[in-house]
Design a protein around this ligand. Structure first.
Ligand code: H2U
Ligand code: ZN
Length: 356
């Protein structure tokens, strides 16, 4: 295996970096195009709102705040930490038939599942980045508990958060979602295949080898004893990051108490760096990938989280459009440049918590 940082000192790779080149995503078996130096091209297109409007600690019109009425008429309890409920507009529902039909090239199957919404905090004006370690730790515990519970009945448990209007979040109240379903979705299939293939030939976990190769390298953004955050070598979104436990763990419920605590710490630091990068509440989609359930061999799988923020500059988002939709993903700054910028942004909140 290549030594840590090896590729970055390799002369052939250094020549590649300055010009358009493609990088291989070992986790999904896909290639992406890197065209460094295009970030300064003139932009007269859409500008994203800064998302800096100050929210109140409690919003009587919010369907996620404690005590308020939801769209289905239910009253939220007066919760004081986290709160989980079944999505009133669930995209997947328990008891759906999983029957398959196939006629010629046309194939379909029923998809059974469950969708939950998780409020991270009773405070309408909070974000994970601004919450206390103990509060985020409770979110981690809920992610793990929901995974465990939904995994008894569903094959794939997708924990995620859409943060900010730019990512389609319907409400600023800090919340995430959990969708669990009977099938392996597209991204899961790609990662399952790649990790199994790698484990089959090496006997090791792909992402643990990746962590060993990247630790101390130029793509590291954050690290502690249990976790590593890198802008992956193959990142597609401008400031995409990958968070991986440094020791074997296939799913969230396997994490012990110290790893959950240090996860809460590193999450806050990472998300704060994002906020401080452009001085705004950074929009993103994040989510966990963990070993599928109802399959015996979890050994090839290493738990990890993807952070996929859309912004390229403060008010300009990266559009994954023509070439990206029709050919392959393309990025305008190198993963190393993105990691450098994130390392340059403070991991500490600038001032007292708003409304606190
Ligand atoms: P997003 O902000 O990521 O869309 O998540 C909010 C979810 O909350 C969304 O999936 C659900 C929506 O269906 N929701 C309810 O379940 N009840 C409500 O009263 C409004 C929103
Ligand atoms: Zn609210």
């Amino acid at each position: 295996m290549t030594v840590a940082g090896g590729i970055d000192r390799d002369e052939a790779f250094q020549r590649l970096w300055a010009d358009p080149h493609r990088r291989y995503n070992a986790l999904t078996d896909e290639w992406i195009l890197v065209s460094a130096g295009r970030t300064h091209r003139p932009w007269q297109g859409r500008r994203e709102p800064s998302g800096q409007e100050k929210a109140p600690a409690y919003d009587p019109a919010c369907y996620l705040c404690p005590g308020n009425v939801r769209a289905n008429g239910d009253h939220n309890p007066a919760y004081d930490a986290t709160f989980v409920f079944t999505n009133d507009f669930s995209a997947l529902r328990p008891g759906t038939s999983t029957e398959r039909v196939e006629v010629g090239l046309l194939r379909a199957e029923g998809e059974e599942g469950a969708c939950r919404v998780l409020c991270f905090s009773p405070r309408h004006d909070q974000t994970l980045a601004r919450m206390q370690v103990g509060e985020v730790r409770r979110v981690v515990d809920v992610w793990a508990a929901e995974t465990e519970q939904l995994g008894t009945r569903h094959r794939w448990v997708q924990v995620f958060e859409n943060r900010g209007q730019a990512m389609g979040a319907s409400n600023p109240h800090p919340h995430g979602q959990i969708w669990a379903g009977s099938a392996l979705p597209r991204e899961a299939v790609k990662e399952d295949t790649a990790q199994r293939r790698y484990h089959g030939t090496t006997g090791r976990r792909l992402l643990l080898d990746y962590v060993a190769q990247e630790a101390d390298g130029p793509r590291v953004v954050e690290a502690n004893e249990d976790w590593l955050v890198v802008v992956p070598f193959w990142a597609a979104w401008p400031y995409e990051t990958l968070l991986v436990p440094r020791r074997p763990a296939s799913r969230l419920p396997e994490l012990g108490s110290p790893a959950r605590e240090s996860l809460a710490e590193i999450l806050i630091r990472l998300l704060t760096r994002y906020d401080n990068l452009f001085g705004l509440s950074f929009p993103y989609s994040m989510g966990w990938h963990q070993a599928p359930f109802q399959q015996d061999d979890t050994e090839p799988w290493q738990l990890h989280a993807h952070f996929l923020p859309p912004l390229l500059r403060a008010n300009v988002r990266k559009f994954m459009v023509g070439y990206e939709l029709l050919a392959e993903a393309q990025r305008d700054l190198t993963a190393e440049q993105a990691a450098d910028a994130l390392r340059g942004a403070s991991p500490v909140q600038p001032g007292p918590v708003a409304g606190g």
